[in-house]
Design a protein around this ligand. Structure first.
Ligand SMILES: [Zn+2]
Length: 133
């Protein structure tokens, strides 16, 4: 008789425990659902903000080229007449200019007259009054 009572209370306790566990499981499931909903919301927000992120454009610095001075034979140098690309005016690439260019390592002849070069440096284009036209 004694053992039966113990058994009953044991089983009823077991049933209570089972119910409590089921309740806990239900609570945890609800919690998981809530967390999943929060996670989904956060992921949606993250996707939306990621779409708004624009790649940062970093300007690539121009490589600095240091040109070596060019040795010119001064005895063979002559003034060179050149027609300016911009104002079509003929200008003289003088020996002095050629030496200056060579000292900076420049091998090409100027395409524009002094006035047009200056205007380009300052931004814009200058059409010098050409005395030949
Ligand atoms: Zn010019």
């Amino acid at each position: 008789m004694q053992s039966r009572v113990v058994n009953n209370s044991y089983f009823s306790g077991l049933a209570d425990g089972k119910a409590a566990a089921a309740k806990e499981v239900a609570q945890l499931k609800a919690e998981i659902n809530q967390l999943n909903a929060t996670l989904a919301e956060a992921q949606t927000k993250l996707k939306a903000s990621a779409a708004n992120i624009k790649p940062k454009v970093v300007p690539v610095p121009k490589p600095v080229t240091v040109l070596k001075p060019i040795q010119l034979d001064v005895t063979t140098l002559k003034d060179i007449p050149i027609r300016c690309k911009d104002c079509k005016c003929e200008f003289v690439h003088t020996v002095a200019d050629q030496l200056k260019f060579a000292s900076r390592g420049l091998t090409k002849k100027p395409k524009r007259c002094y006035e047009c070069r200056k205007a380009r440096r300052e931004g814009g284009s200058y059409i010098a009054p050409c005395p030949l036209q």
